[in-house]
Structures are given as C-alpha cells and as structure tokens.
Design a protein around this ligand. Sequence first.
Ligand code: SAM
Length: 289
Amino acid sequence: MPSISGEEFLFWKKKQLSKGGDSQSFAILLDCEGGISNEDLNKLTINPEHNLLLKKNLDYLATIWEDHLLNSIPIQYLCEKTFWRDLELIVTDKVLIPRSETEIIVDIVSKIFGKNSQKLFFAELGTGSGAISIALSQQYPMWKGIATDIDQDALEIATKNYEKTSSQSNLKFLCGHWWIPLESFKGKLDLVISNPPYIPKDTYEKLPKPVKNFEPKIALWGGEDGLKHIREIVQKAPLFLKEKGWLILENHFDQGEKVKQLLIKNRFSSVEIVRDFSNVGRFTIGRYK
Ligand SMILES: C[S@@+](CC[C@H](N)C(=O)[O-])C[C@H]1O[C@@H](n2cnc3c(N)ncnc32)[C@H](O)[C@@H]1O
C-alpha cells in the first residue's frame, strides 16, 4: 500500500480538482479507488502532518480522474461503485446510478409504516441496481419483497448487490415488463414502489453528456410526455395491490400534479405529492381505495 504525507496528498488533490470536475465525484474516486473516506479527508484537513495509506498510487487515481474529465464518463461507472444511503453498491453502465433524491423513498416508507414488524409484502418495479429494495429488505427483515426489471443485466447487478450487502433472504428478483412478472400476486401486495423512466422525449435529447451518453436510455426515457410508464403502472396497480395498499412513485420535477390526478382517477385515496431536498414535488403517493 503506497504511503504518502498528508501535505503532499492535499497538494495533489488541489491540483487534480484544478483540472475540473466536482468535489463530490472526486470524493467518490478517493473512497472507492484510493481507500480514503470523507472522514479520513476531514481528519487530514485538521491534521495535515499525518501520513496516509492509499489502496492505489496517485498516478493511477489521476488517470481515472482524467478519463472522467476528458470523456464525461460518470466517476461511479469508472469505479464500478456508488454510495447510496448506507449501502455501497456495484454500478455498471447497465444500471442507472441511484440518485440521492431517490433515498427519500425509503424515508416515505418509514413514515407510512413506522417500525412495522408485520409480515408485509412489497414489490419494486424497475429496480436497476436494487438500491431501494435492498434498503427496504434490510430495514424490514420481516417483510417479503420482489424486485423486477425488464433488463436481465440490471437484475444481475441488483442480485450481486443484494448478496454482497444483505444477510437477509427476504428479497427475490424477477425479470419482465412492469406488472407481468407479478401475475401470480394479484391483490396480494401491501406496497408497490417505482422510480420508472420519466424523462420526456425533448428533455431526454438535451440531457447532460454524462447522463445521455452513458446511463441506459431504457432507465430514463419516458416517451413523448414522460408519463408513458407511469400511466401503465398506475392503471394496472389496482389489480395487484391489496385494499388500502400503498403505491409510491418517483416522477419528474413538474409531473407531480398530473400523477396525482392519475391516481385519483384510478380510485386511489390519501393522494399526496411529497417534496425532495430541493422542494421539488418529486414523489406521488396514494392508497388504493
Ligand atoms: C429510473 S431507473 C430506476 C432504477 C432504480 N430503481 C433507482 O431508483 O435507481 C428505471 C428502471 O426501470 C427499468 N425499466 C424500464 N422499462 C421497464 C419496463 N417496461 N418494465 C420493467 N422495468 C423497466 C429500467 O431498466 C431501470 O432499471
């Protein structure tokens, strides 16, 4: 393991950041490839005379940083890793990099169900890296869950993440289009969660390069108005939810009111738009009848 003085490391870090990029991405690189956590960095800023042990040498880390800057490749894909809530997840370009605002879905579930120790049954439609379902399966070990995705490659990543992070065996993964893998669970679900692709066609074309060129289109593209998938999920939800079962959806920043009306039209009650950290109506929730 290469050892380096704190002062030399801080000088090198400043030089790398002066080439471009943001400090959050740089912190991911340091943590994933260098073995230097945010906590280590904070300690070092207070006490720069300490020595540091790195997992990889500085030239190697600088090469990855340059690849990220020159080719606009998300740092998470280069490191094949990301952090989400308290999970460390594998991510490749087969899955969307789970976003920090999506973490709120787990808080919404906690707010609705509290410290529920009953044996509830949940499903997540479009699990990607598995982030939401894995977090729920850990938080509620008594629950049973099914996480689905249309993409088998994504499900393989999600399964690896589950095996790597969880000591539970309460989550299963099924492949298929939205509700199809859940045919045999009609009327049995207490909770369904989905962060489906919801980016409208015109917005998709203008997405920043790192997103448009590297993240899977199938995870983002929501058709002409962005609501293609949300409509299908909401319309069929009454067939699969138990009476009083909850549906929690993530949507685009300006879709909350439309999704709310869609839920009301499909006989959902307690319909509510929930705001994210930036005060955007990012989630719409409701209860079937
Ligand atoms: C926005 S990503 C969300 C991924 C993950 N749940 C998260 O929050 O980070 C949408 C996911 O839906 C999946 N998906 C797209 N179309 C689908 C379909 N027709 N049926 C099932 N899953 C689909 C994509 O493969 C992708 O993993």
